[in-house]
Write a protein that binds this ligand. Sequence first.
Ligand code: UDP
Length: 319
Amino acid sequence: MRFLLTGGAGFIGSHLADRLLAGGHDVAVLDNLSTGSIDNIAHLKGRPGFGYAIDSITNEPLLAEMIDRADVVFHLAAAVGVKLIVERPVQTIETNVHGAEVVLRHANKKQKLVVIASTSEVYGKSQEVPFREDADLVLGATTRHRWAYACSKLIDEFLALAYWKEYSLPIVIVRLFNTVGPRQTGRYGMVLPRFVRQALGGEPITVYGDGTQSRSFTSVTDVVDALAALVEEPRAVGQVFNIGSTHEIRILDLASRVRTLTGSRSEIRLVPYEEAYEAGFEDMPRRVPDIRRIHDLIGFTPRVALDDIIRMVIEHQRA
Ligand code: UDP
């Protein structure tokens, strides 16, 4: 099959490109390198079946042409990272909402399958762990900019489901839970690459808040395997899926694991949220997916253990 990956030079997109090419498919990437990097796809240049355009998804003539040439579109282009989202709220909302709008509109003209990358952030402050796809969502006030990200992704979900309902456009929505692995940058706030960089550099490992908040970190290789399998399954169409690991870890414990596995002597330093982000910042205390839906459909089970992921990230950053 021929795949178009918007945001294909990003962390997840580039791993998905690797996965699809290894499966014998053709891959075209459309990425404006706003947060992605050409380094992520440099190893694919010149490879048969691979092509890319460095441009924005708002270049609609180009987008339309690239959609036309594809069988399936993975829409991964979006604003990423809590830090970026808090610092650039206008860009976050416009990129996420307008991006999905143009991709869905053009895909609809040609009735091409679209996979929309959403996020576990949509569950917000809900305490009903593990999170089920049909659960109620609990976001904070609109004056807290963090929630603009979840809200913009929810608009994308609503819009995709609306296209399915009204025009029978085949869509699949995936809510990704803290995806980690080599090539992820800490520049936009993501915790694991930041901790590894700090530990390797002998700097303090900065744990925000009291570190009791937890996350379920998922290997990017498990995520891209799930994505590749979902598009082969016709019953996935019109549905929302959590993709993530159910292994939960507190951020303070993550800092200790990174310290141990790097052999670092960095101190672990607690940083108040208002210093790390902004006054009134709200975090999610826990975030664990219920993965029965995707497990029942395609047999998805996360395979890579957290320590192994951390080791791969360490190796990547050392290199
Ligand atoms: N975090 C931290 N130190 C950092 C960066 C992040 O303690 O240097 C915390 C952050 O407050 C959150 C968790 O790590 O509780 C995961 O943060 P990330 O930005 O990676 O993803 P999120 O789950 O918040 O979207």
